[in-house]
Each structure stands twice: as C-alpha cells, then as structure tokens.
Design a protein around this ligand. Structure first.
Ligand code: X1X
Length: 326
C-alpha cells in the first residue's frame, strides 16, 4: 500500500514518462472546471476513496479546465472507451446515445431539495441507468449535483412576458428545448464552450445554469442578471466507461463502485450547500443582480404536459409517476 499514490495531475501528464507509467492502473478523468468547482472536488474525493478502499496501485490523472473538451465530447470518449475513463456529466448531454437518460434532469422534475435527495438516494432511476449501459456502455457509479438552475441573461427578466421570445441556449437533449419552448422562450442547443461568445456577440441573450458554473466560468461578465426560475436541481451522474471498468481487477471494480456512491453523497452535500453561498458571493461582488420571477407556479403548469408527452414517447410514464411520487 505504501507504493500506492493517488496522483491528480493537472495538465502535466505525458504518456510513457513520469511515475504514472509505473503505476499498475491509471484512470483518467475530465472536468470542465478548475479546482474550485464542486465537480472537480467530487472527482478528487472519488480518487481518494478508491485509494482508501483498494490494496493495489492506482493513479488518477484528472484533467481540468476543459483541457479535454466539454461534456458533449466526454460522452463520446466514454462510449468509445478512449481518452477518459470517468467524469461527471449532465444526463442531457448524453441524449445522443440514450434518449431516455435526460428524463432524470428535465426541468421542473423535482418539487424541492428533499424530493431530489429522496430520488437520488433510491434506486428509482435504475431503468434509465440500464439503458445508458446497454446503448452507450456507460456506467453510473454515483450521483452528485445539487445546484439550482436559473435563467441568466444580458437584460433583466422578471415575468412570463419578458421570458417570451428570450433567445437562450439550452443543453442538447430535445426535451430541454421543448420545455423552454413551452415557456414561450426561443431556445437553441449550443455547445457549452460557445455560450460565453454567443452571448457576447448577441447570438443569444442568455441561458440557464447553476451558481457554481456561472461563477467558475465567469458567465456573469456577459450575462449579469439572474432570474430565480429555479427550474431544476441538478442531477449529475458520476460515470465510467464500461470498457475501462471491465479492464480493472475485481477488487478495484468493487472499490470504484463504493467510491462512486460515496463521492456522490459528498458532492451532493457540497454543491447543495455551496449553491446559495456562491450566488451570494457574486451578488456581493457586484457581478450579478438577482430578480424574482413573478408567478413561478404558472411555469409548472405550462411544462407538465410536455414532461408527460416525453415520458409517454419513451414508454416511461410509470417511471415518471414513480419519480414524482418520491
Ligand atoms: O449547461 C451545461 O451544459 C453545463 O452546465 C453546468 O456547467 C453543469 O451543470 C454541466 O454539467 C453542464 O450541464
């Protein structure tokens, strides 16, 4: 065990050189963010926990700051079993391979934090995980998340009238655009790493995101208004490529699964706790102005039929009912 070293290497790893090549196993992860973001901290925790639970040698090579691209790239890497072994990502960025997985993070799915936590600490999402595994060979090994997603825009938005026609970026899963269309906005799917420029150049007027990421990537510089639509509490699976997982010795597989579940619980507590704090930090720094959204309950009524139709199209009506009943 004295030989075991969990190395979190930030952009300095060179294949074939350094101590890492002497390790029995190296697992490479990717984060779009720096060390301050809850996703990065959760993946670092995951590495620590694997190390604690495994008697052999394992090294971790976690690439930060979008060095390996954005989530839409990661999902292809994981599916093909190349470039990365594990990451954290939005279900709505995995729709290309598994059309039902975005159901678990569609807007307005959760009533509140208790409902979200009850869902994530149960096995109700297992059928969606199964489809992801079968169709994309990607394993969910834990659940993190907990940030509240709000609308963030160049100009203030305070009510449904002002949301009407709002040119906004949404994640790639069609259900995301369908929900925001139902709210009369004008959504379009744009890659995450193009959002900042798209707002700056006026291609869009804003998007929707949670505090941790708004702060980490400084989106407030181009979109200084946040509207408390509170339309989603994020569900962010910690995922591993099935191809990577199957290459691991059995005792390391067991350590990975245990660490995934525990790192998920760590990440959920961390991101939920930090969400309000980070929003307040940006307000206090004069980076963001917060706006209430008038008659938010009306939004729930507008999207419920869209959620129902989506679930029906996936033959997942019963599943949606079970999630809502949690
Ligand atoms: O909107 C996105 O594509 C991203 O937003 C945040 O950065 C995270 O929730 C991330 O997982 C991704 O969904």
């Amino acid at each position: 065990k004295t030989l075991t070293r969990v190395a979190t290497l930030v952009g300095v790893f060179m294949a074939g050189t350094s101590a890492v090549s002497a390790q029995d196993v190296t697992l490479r992860g990717a984060s779009m963010f720096d060390e301050e973001h809850a996703f990065t901290k959760t993946m670092q925790k995951f590495a620590e926990l694997v190390d604690e639970n495994y008697d052999g040698d394992v090294a971790f090579d976690l690439r930060l700051n979008g060095e390996l691209g954005v989530e839409a790239d990661y999902v292809t890497f994981l599916q093909q079993g190349v470039a990365i072994d594990y990451t954290i990502m939005a279900p709505s960025n995995m729709a290309t391979f598994a059309p039902s997985i975005p159901l678990m993070d569609m807007p307005f799915l959760f009533r509140d934090q208790a409902h979200w936590e009850a869902t994530l600490s149960s096995d109700v999402l297992a059928p969606l995980e199964q489809e992801l595994l079968e169709k994309a060979d990607i394993m969910v090994i834990g659940y993190t998340g907990g940030g509240v997603r709000n609308v963030i825009s160049k100009e203030p938005i305070e009510n449904l009238d002002e949301l009407g026609g709002f040119k906004m970026r949404v994640m790639g899963a069609p259900i995301q655009a369908q929900i925001f269309s139902a709210l009369t906005a004008a959504p379009s799917a744009i890659a995450y790493n193009e959002v900042y420029n798209a707002i700056q150049t006026g291609v869009i007027a804003g998007f929707e995101n949670e505090a941790a990421s708004i702060q980490n990537l400084k989106f407030y510089e181009v979109a200084p208004h946040v509207t408390l639509t509170k339309h989603a509490i994020t569900v962010r699976p910690i995922v591993m490529s099935g191809k990577s997982f199957r290459k691991l010795p059995e005792d390391l597989q067991a350590a990975v699964l245990k660490a995934g579940a525990e790192a998920g619980a760590f990440g959920r507590e961390l991101e939920s706790r930090e969400d309000g704090e980070k929003l307040q930090e940006m307000v206090d720094a004069g980076q963001l102005t917060v706006h209430e959204f008038a008659n938010r309950d009306q939004l729930l009524e507008m999207v419920a039929p869209v959620q129902d139709e989506y679930a029906a199209s996936l033959d997942a009506t019963e599943l949606l009912t079970s999630i809502r009943a949690k």
